[in-house]
Write a protein that binds this ligand. Structure first.
Ligand SMILES: [Zn+2]
Length: 269
């Protein structure tokens, strides 16, 4: 009975809750972007709290400066692309966790980068700009709100509520919980393609080499340790990712080669 009810909810959601992404793809939207942004504020604080308590947030000044400098240039470009996002309370926190190769973004531009992504990939600034550009793209294209909708609608999400609630001890319910779940669930491959395309453009306009998009994903695939990095499980590979990115490189070169300083956005913290 419960299953049937869920099935009914998903179907209803599919009928009433659809929107269109920047590239014309249909998106499931049960929560408005505005509510997604509000819910994400709470989820962001809760997700970071355990690290905060152990002093594992932004505890490496050199890495923090480096990541902020890159992110501030990317955000300036994101605001040019979607001007209303200048009102977002943009944020990035670096989590000191050398074992985890991951990064995520919530609705409203709340991001996290795990130090393991930088150290294990030996990521260059250009490659970091691709990761962060890709994450910003997920938020810009409303993938984060879409993903929250999927978490709320699917039986997988409902089942995961229990799991995540137990394991992480998250004091979250409803939309805020969906927001925390959303960053732990795999994106759709079509959302990945969109984020790749938007991300490489943001990075090129911010002055970062588009070629790095290719080397980044190659490094990601080859990183050592047990199993694939967490980043690859939440950002599955769309068909021909490398080929599609390689095709985009020549289009991005004029942005990258532009002369003059790049605008920056001032992050708090
Ligand atoms: Zn992604």
């Amino acid at each position: 009975m419960k299953r049937l009810y869920l099935h009914f909810l998903v179907c209803l959601a599919l009928i009433v809750g659809c929107a269109t992404s920047p590239t014309g793809r249909r998106q499931l939207m049960l929560v408005s972007e505005e509510s997604a942004i509000n819910a994400s504020k709470q989820a962001y604080v809760e997700m970071l709290k355990p690290y905060e308590e152990k002093g594992q947030i932004d505890n490496n000044p050199a890495l923090k400066d480096r990541v902020y400098r890159i992110t501030e240039r990317l955000i300036a470009q994101a605001i040019k692309m979607r001007p209303e996002t200048k009102n977002w309370d943009w944020s990035i926190k670096i989590i000191d966790d050398p074992k985890t190769v991951n990064a995520w973004a919530m609705a409203g531009g709340k991001m996290a980068l795990y130090s393991g992504l930088v150290t294990q990939l030996k990521a260059t600034d250009d490659e970091l700009a691709q990761v962060l550009g890709h994450e910003i793209a997920h938020a810009l294209a409303k993938h984060s709100a879409e993903q929250m909708s999927v978490a709320m609608a699917s039986s997988v999400g409902v089942a995961a509520v229990g799991v995540v609630g137990d394991r992480k001890g998250l004091a979250l319910t409803g939309a805020a919980l969906a927001s925390a779940l959303a960053v732990q669930m795999p994106m759709s491959r079509s959302a990945e393609s969109e984020a790749d395309r938007i991300g490489i453009e943001l990075a090129a306009k911010a002055g970062y080499d588009p070629q790095a998009a290719i080397t980044l994903w190659q490094k990601m695939a080859n990183v050592g340790g047990k199993g694939p990095p967490e980043f690859l499980s939440t950002h599955p590979s769309p068909e021909n990712r490398e080929k599609k990115l390689a095709e985009l490189v020549p289009q991005m070169m004029p942005y990258y080669e532009q002369k003059g300083p790049r605008p920056t956005y001032q992050l708090k913290g």
